[in-house]
Design a protein. Sequence first.
Length: 128
Amino acid sequence: MNPIAALFAIFALMFTTTTAIPSCPQWFEKDEGLYGVCLSPQALSYDEGWSYCCGLHASLCSLAQLDELYQLGARDTHWGLINDESRDARLTSCGKYLHRPGECYDNNFPNTPRPAPRNEVYCCKMTK
């Protein structure tokens, strides 16, 4: 990374506020974002997660949706199920997952091919 890009990235991070993702039915939303996100208050299976999110007029989040929300400041230390049944995600820095191929989405947050059979679920809804 060139020094100017690194300086710009540091400057941008200084003005990014982070917010914990609330438990559903409360939503993390930003005016400039397309999506809102919440995390189920209980562990669910993948199929139960789809039903739960549908009940909120939402769906299980995709990695791309979570990435947009992550860039807008959404953070959470919980692993959650997403729309890809074979993966889970957590909205923290990649940490030890940074150097594991395919386990750090766009160098932003970890996602693994080892989801628990039951876990909290990330629900996303369109806000615009």
